[in-house]
Structure formats: C-alpha cells, structure tokens
Design a protein around this ligand. Sequence first.
Ligand SMILES: Cc1ncc(C[n+]2csc(CCOP(=O)(O)OP(=O)(O)O)c2C)c(N)n1
Ligand code: SF4
Ligand SMILES: [Mg+2]
Length: 313
Amino acid sequence: MSGYNLKEVMNKPERLAPGHRMCAGCGATIAVRAVLRALHEGDQAVIGNATGCLEVSTFMYPYTAWEDSYIHNAFENAGATMSGVETAYNALKKRGKIPADVNYKFITFGGDGGTYDIGFQSLSGAMERNHDMVYVCYDNGAYMNTGIQRSSATPLYADTTTTPVGSQSAGKMQNRKDLASIIADHDVPYVAQTTMIGNFSDIHQKSEKAIYTPGAAFLNVLAPCPRGWRYETAEIMKICKLAVDTCYWPLFEVDHGKWMLSYMPKKKKPIEDFLREQGRFKHLFKPENEQLLVEFQQEVDRRWEDLLYKCDR
Ligand SMILES: Cc1ncc(C[n+]2csc(CCOP(=O)(O)OP(=O)(O)O)c2C)c(N)n1
Ligand code: SF4
Ligand SMILES: [Mg+2]
C-alpha cells in the first residue's frame, strides 16, 4: 500500500463529476468520491449502484455524473449484478478478448436499505462466492430517498417516518444490525468500517485495501444525511467525528480474519454528544426520557466491548 498524502489524493481527477442533484453536504457523495480516489491511475472501474438517493440523483438518463462505466440495477440485486460482471470480465480476459494490460476494478454502491435489508441475499451470495469486487454500503441509517423510513441500520430510538416519535412511541424500538460483523463472518478477505474523519486517510487507505485485495471486500461507510438526521449541513465532519469518538461508529478492519481497531478515542465521549446534534433524537433530551439515554449508552458500550474483545484475540 502506498503512503497517504492528502494533497496528492485530493488533486486526483474526480470520478464522480459535479452537477449531480444530491443535497448539498450529503455524506453519500463525499463517501463515494473518497472511495473512488483510491483507484490507481490508469485503472478503470465498473460501478454498480442499487436504487437509492445516490442512483436517483447522479444518473438521470441521458445524463450521468459518473466518469466510469455505470450500471443501475434493481434494489435487490446489486451484489449479483457486479458478481456477474466480474465473472464475464474474467471469461473475456481468458479468451484474449480484453487486452492483458487493461485493468478493471468492480465496485458497487448501495444505501443501507438496499444493503442491510433488500439486497442482503445477493450481497451475501456475492461475498460467499468471493468475487473480486468491492461492495460499499453508504449507511445513512434510513430509506432516505423515499422519505426517511426506518431500515435495519436505523439506530435505536431514531425518529423516522415509519417510527414516528409521539405519545405512544419513542422512535425505533430495535437496535441496528451490525452488518460489518455479519459480512466478516462470511470469511471474506477484507471488511472494514469507516467514515469521513480528519484528513480522510482512514477511508482512503481502507478503500485502497478493499479495491486491491484480491477477492471479495466490503466497506461500511457512515454517510450522514443532513435532511434525515436533521443537523446543520456544514456540521458533517463534526458529526462523523462524534460518531467515532462516542464509539457509536468504531473504525475497524478485518483483514483475512484478523480483527483490528483502526482508532482508539483518547477519551470515549458519552453518546449524548453524538445524539444531541441531531433532530431525530431530540425527544431523548426531555427529562422523562433520561432512561432511554442510559439504555442507548449501554448498547453502545456492549458493542464496543465486544469489538475490543474481537480485536484483542
Ligand atoms: C424493490 C423496491 N422496493 C422499493 C423501492 C423504492 N425505493 C427506491 S429508493 C428507496 C430508498 C433507498 O434507501 P437506501 O438504500 O437506504 O438509500 P438512500 O435513499 O438512503 O440513499 C426505496 C424504498 C424500489 N425502488 N424497489
Ligand atoms: S436526502 Fe439525505 S441521503 Fe438523500 S441526497 Fe439528501 S442528504 Fe443525501
Ligand atoms: Mg439509506
């Protein structure tokens, strides 16, 4: 892996062109651009994309913001589509129909709805068959494109349009699914959890590893949505940092079965610091909901301890 140089990386040509129609400050597009910057110069990519905000707003036929080949498939089959493309590519290369010095990489993007829920079976199949591809989930914790419905990635007690907060409900009643661990249990070569913090080195280095490690790789990227999470657009970097420093979104990787923590907060912050910034958790700060905050903290602690245990082995 090459050393990380922020200036060099940021000056690379953009592979997702400006002019798309994602909201200003959307975490998804920042995540996509960061992942694609990890492609080496000269390498080409085939991009897959499940239905969701990213697809709907970057690929309005006959316009596209994607500089690479791009396939929009249905919600449920992003994993299957890209595994088929990778297989066809290998077959054509074997027959000499694609020159030996041409290098394609296969990268699929899906939102949490398209990945944790509806496309889960095809993702699981593609990972288990160990296709040489990267599946990137941009996790904004709800079905944003259709109006902020809860998914299995939505955090506990979040206010969404299908888990509305009111006198009878405190928001989503279930904990979020831990998809990165589930994919790690597929025993694939590389899995990582990341987001946009600091100088972007974490997401860059993990993306490069994911793209250039032979076999299947999965990246889970926290991609805040200012609209659905209800925070000030300009605060995205603060929100991501708080997600990591409260251990709500730990940064880790699983490289050929070896779990490794990428970042240990100097001082683990209380979960309130992350939740307070977002309108979807506003109700948790009413005096009568104090116990809900305690429960949220317990859940974060439980998962953090579990991760530390896995990384210690
Ligand atoms: C099978 C199927 N069900 C529902 C839809 C409607 N739909 C389109 S985009 C979307 C939300 C996608 O959510 P997510 O994958 O989290 O991506 P986000 O919009 O949050 O970026 C839904 C429900 C669809 N296109 N296909
Ligand atoms: S609704 Fe959220 S996820 Fe969709 S484009 Fe806007 S900020 Fe991004
Ligand atoms: Mg989503």
